[in-house]
Design a binder for this molecule. Structure first.
Ligand code: UD1
Length: 374
């Protein structure tokens, strides 16, 4: 197997650091480029930073530093991003700078020497779909609705009904062709990142692969960062003996994918060319409700704490989205390996050794102050 000089932007973070470990394990020479965002790292270099990788601290918008980080590199994994969906709706400049401008800087530096690069992989997100795909049994057709209206949500009527026949819609796997309806600045910036990379990659013949990550969980999630996903948020609440807050009725579902399966997809894209110039879902194809997640975590942490089902809702939240993973299976031979049960067990083993500062209440209050929780 060929060994490459690999740059991982965001390589100190949750997904990036797992990717770095696997690349190092497979004998690649790895360089990490990461700004160590305060909200995630609290001003410290994380303990999990791989000692066998080179580390450069720098901002994605600093073109001189990015150019330096690209020296001698064959393969780029672009995982660096600001990741708080709600927060992106009021810290718009920060998100656009880091995600849009940061990617623009990276690409502009790469195209100064396009022949140097063998591959570019970029972290996109399921958030770009907005709502997932549905099926109406009554009309026997696939439906791709926009968001539920506020008028509907204030009545606590959470589910979609077919506009033609009124039958309740059933969620089905969301495939890559579904029209994109990003509903947050974060999601728009992820769509931008994906499309900038694919467009520039195509034009300059740098084989580029965009991965639409579904709801990723695993060790090293920033538990004290209240803007990350529901698994980290609930774990942090439970560890602090606080009930998790469940929005809507808890029956909303997502596709929770273990971080090692995300790493698997990224490695497959390096080792085979089947996914070049394509955007692909990375998930499990299996839906899990938020209530189920809360139950699994409480049980695993042995906490007899009943969640607060508040019946409120977050602006821009979707009801269901689960990945259709046929494309990535076909093009890259990807197969999710970690079941939710096994993955949660591992997550909880790690979580119970962590101290998480619970900032969730403050963050929820901040969202409410911006009218983003209703
Ligand atoms: C969003 C992004 C996704 C990103 C993820 C983590 C969208 C469509 N997707 O996913 O790309 O990876 O954030 O940053 O924007 N929930 C509660 N209580 C809480 C927190 C969440 O009930 O304290 C519920 C939410 O209402 C939602 C579900 O849990 O229904 C999942 O929320 P979250 O983990 O934030 O992820 P998404 O919104 O699915």
């Amino acid at each position: 197997m060929e060994r490459y000089n690999v740059l991982v932007t965001g390589g100190a973070g949750f997904i990036g650091s797992h990717l770095v470990d696997e690349l190092v394990r497979r004998g690649h020479r790895v360089r990490i480029y990461d700004s160590l965002v305060d909200q995630v790292h609290q001003g410290k270099v994380p303990d999990h930073l791989n000692a066998d990788a080179e580390f450069i601290q720098g901002d994605m918008c600093d073109s001189t530093a990015v150019a330096k980080a690209l020296e001698g590199i064959d393969v780029v994994y672009h995982e660096a991003a600001e990741v708080g969906v709600g927060q992106s709706m009021y810290e718009i400049v920060r998100y656009v700078k880091a995600n849009d401008l940061g990617t623009a800087v990276l690409l502009e530096e790469m195209i100064k020497r396009p022949a140097q690069f063998r591959k570019l992989m970029v972290a996109s997100s399921m958030s770009i779909y907005g709502e997932g795909a549905y099926r109406c049994r009554g009309c026997n057709k696939t439906v791709t609705p926009f968001l539920r209206s506020n008028e509907q949500l204030v009545t606590h009527d959470w589910d979609f009904k077919c506009e033609t026949c009124g039958t309740r819609l059933e969620p089905i796997g969301t495939a890559e062709e579904k029209p994109l309806f990003p509903t947050s600045v974060y999601a728009v910036s992820k769509q931008d990142q994906e499309q900038y990379c694919l467009a520039v990659g195509r034009a300059y013949k740098i084989p580029t692969v965009a991965f639409r990550y579904f709801n990723v969980y695993g060790t090293r999630q920033a538990l004290s960062n209240p803007y990350t996903g529901v698994c980290a948020i609930f774990s942090s609440r439970l560890l602090n003996n606080q009930p998790p807050t469940i929005f809507e009725d808890g029956e909303q579902s997502r596709d929770f994918v273990h971080v090692s399966d995300i790493v698997q997809a990224n490695l497959r894209a390096l080792e085979t060319d089947g996914g070049d110039y394509e955007a692909m879902n990375v998930g499990t194809g299996r839906p899990t409700s938020v209530k189920q997640i809360s139950r699994l975590l409480a049980k695993g942490l042995e906490k007899d704490i009943v969640p607060d089902i508040v019946g409120k809702y977050r602006e821009g939240d979707i009801r269901h989205c689960v990945a259709d993973i046929s494309k990535i299976k076909r093009l890259l031979g990807y197969e999710p390996k970690v079941s939710l049960e096994k993955g949660m067990e591992e997550l909880l083993g790690w979580v119970s050794k962590q101290e998480a500062v619970d900032k969730v209440s403050a963050a929820t209050a901040e969202l409410a102050a911006h009218s983003l929780v209703k």
